[in-house]
Design a binder for this molecule. Sequence first.
Ligand code: 8YV
Length: 328
Amino acid sequence: MAQTKPVVVVTRKLPDAIETRMMELFSARLNLDDTQMTRTQLIEAVKDADVLTPTVTDRIDAEIIAAAGPNLKLIANFGTGVDHIDLAAAAARGIVVTNTPDVLTEDTADMAMAMILAVARRLGEGERVLRAGKWSGWSPTWMLGRRINGKRLGIVGMGRIGRALAVRARGFGLSIHYHNRHRVHPDIEAELEATYWDSLDQMLARMDIISVNCPHTPATYHLLSARRLRLLAPQAFVVNTSRGEVIDESALTRMLAAGEIAGAALDVFENAPAVNPKLLALDNVVLVPHMGSATIEGRVAMGERVLINIKSFVDGNPPPDRVLLDAP
Ligand code: 8YV
């Protein structure tokens, strides 16, 4: 007897190859014009969906989860970060959540490295001057940045992306320091010649560059608080390719404006897509619109990961990328 295909609601436009496969495998409801779904549309969509595939731009909170019909058993997120999904509410309803780890590690680490270089060498500033027709020619003392080679990089969060960044940064002559909930395996530390700091405060005070690479969870909200930002040296740079919420963005902005921190490169923002106008007005910042994993290869690989998670689940097998609720 022919079985009906599970209804999969995909909230945003995905690469064509992924959408085609979605249509072949499932009864997929695609969003071909990529208009962000409203809350009302999301609430309506989860009523009869078997699977929801959201992205970072959808807030899947307790209210949306409560509106879900009895068929919704899987939220197969397109993306690694799941801070936009109320995991506890999903778990309470017996809804499994999956994400797409691994496949965006290298691209995001590339972006973090590019942003370290961009902010320290003032690429954005230089480009803005040139494009504005304000460049009057070379000068020995104009637009000087800071050398990367020989400096200390403090990585906050030594997961996959943190480690991939460390590999790159060593190639640029940076020494690697890190703070993480758990110390990484001694072999990895040895390979990266990485120095572990149990105390984030102690590490922050000693670094030339800080890169935020931990996920946003209740435990990491404003991890770089105003108090901790004040521990940074005035010549330090801050780079964030994780989530805006990990840094107290208002405090960071105030300190950048006051010259108490040398510069920042941000791919993510607390109220994205809105960006604090005071940040926009600063010259010593590189601002990128959440492009960390934005490669064609990465997006296709993320989509394939979503397909594998859904197919495994609907076939009755454990999906490979199940997200477990952190112990409180
Ligand atoms: C994704 C990201 O593009 O995967 C993540 O956590 O931050 C991004 O790079 C986005 O989340 C897609 O939903």
